[in-house]
Design a protein around this ligand. Structure first.
Ligand code: SIN
Length: 358
């Protein structure tokens, strides 16, 4: 599901792939004055990217909308936009207050990746407690109970059954001959965590036998509120799972369908935090040319009904100061305790998508 380099033929095979390639981050390598290669992001043509923030501004000023865009619930938290040719897709620009964005960023880095919630690190390291705090304190994750013996190779260790990793400090490690990885590297490599019912990525389904907590009450309530425009009168949204995606510079989320839930009439509520991104909304085939749109911190997207069958993905995030558009977070995350969150989010994006599975 996550983006990887594809060879040229493959990357140009479908309309969706071509759009991903158009917006993906590539570098130009220019010789600098000292004759060293200096890499610069290749310029990308953003003229066709739909910008719901500008659409909202125009709508507020003169109630005019671009063709194909309709406004649904004018009296909702903020106007809800829909697309004539993509029934079931809804965009709520600036749905989350700055306070809410900050608290969700904090939770996404501290509480959400805590066991029993699983993360992409589980497969290699087992459950990891307090990764964010460990990164802040400069700790190392060390394979605790089984130093390498002289006759073992690292490959042998991968097959041991007694793997157990624990955080320690550089000092405690001193001369021990163990495998280590720094917590800050692991934090940078955190790609997903799952809340509520746990998703098994290898089987691409929810594994109800895995230990799990309910999704946090506040997130549950928020998603119920936001889901309303996508639900016919009185139908209840009962979120029981969420996937949190973490994106750093150059990370992408390849075109995919979210098709593992039993009832597609229920929306997926998808929240954006941190650096601005480009979202591609395709059709039911990868051959359908996708629509590109900006996602900014605080935006919410709903995908329900027909739109649940549409390919979608994130080919680009903008981590540079000029384009990330996180000034409002920089002015709010100023407390000493928030500096680490700010540092993280200045070059990252977090997406929380909340689902009703059954
Ligand atoms: C997803 O489609 O699963 C996530 C989309 C996003 O990152 O906004």
């Amino acid at each position: 599901m996550y983006g990887t380099e594809n060879n040229r033929d493959d990357s140009e095979r479908t309309a969706f792939r071509r759009a991903e390639k158009k917006y993906k981050l590539y570098y130009d390598y220019n010789a600098s004055s000292k004759n060293k290669k200096k890499k610069q992001p290749k310029p990308v043509d953003l003229a066709e990217v739909l910008d719901f923030r500008s659409i909202l501004e125009c709508y507020h000023q003169n109630a005019v909308l671009p063709s194909g865009v309709i406004v649904l619930h004018d009296k909702f938290t903020s106007p809800v936009f829909a697309l004539q040719n993509r029934p079931g897709f809804y965009f709520i620009p600036g749905a989350l207050s700055i306070e809410k964005q900050c608290s969700l960023i904090r939770e996404s880095l501290t509480d959400f990746p805590q066991p029993p919630n699983r993360t992409n690190h589980n497969a290699l390291y087992g459950p990891i407690q307090d990764l964010f705090v460990a990164a802040k304190e400069g700790k190392l994750l060390v394979e605790d109970n089984s130093p390498i013996t002289s006759s073992e190779t690292y490959a042998d260790i991968d097959h041991r059954d007694d793997k157990e990793w624990k955080f320690t400090t550089e000092k405690d490690m001193s001369l021990r001959k163990c495998r280590t990885v720094s917590a800050s590297v692991l934090l940078r490599k955190l790609r997903w965590s799952t809340l509520g019912l746990q998703f098994d990525w290898s089987k691409r389904n929810y594994d109800v036998s895995l230990p799990h907590n309910k999704i946090p009450e506040a997130l549950c309530e928020l998603s119920k509120q936001l889901a309303k425009p996508a639900l016919p009168g009185g139908v209840e949204f009962r979120p029981d799972a969420a996937i949190v995606n973490y994106f750093g510079l150059g990370d992408t989320l390849g075109g995919h369908l979210d098709d593992m839930e039993a009832d597609w009439s229920k929306p997926i509520v998808s929240l954006s935090l941190g650096c601005k991104a480009i979202f591609l909304l395709g059709g039911k085939s990868r051959e359908d040319t996708p629509l590109a749109m900006f996602l900014r911190s605080g935006d919410a997207v709903l995908m329900a009904g027909d739109a649940r069958e549409c390919f979608h993905g994130v080919p680009r995030i903008f981590t540079d100061k000029e384009n990330a558009e996180i000034g409002h977070l920089e002015t709010r995350l100023t407390h000493e305790d928030d500096i680490c969150f700010l540092k993280y989010i200045q070059t990252s994006r977090i997406n929380i998508n909340i689902r009703q599975v059954f």
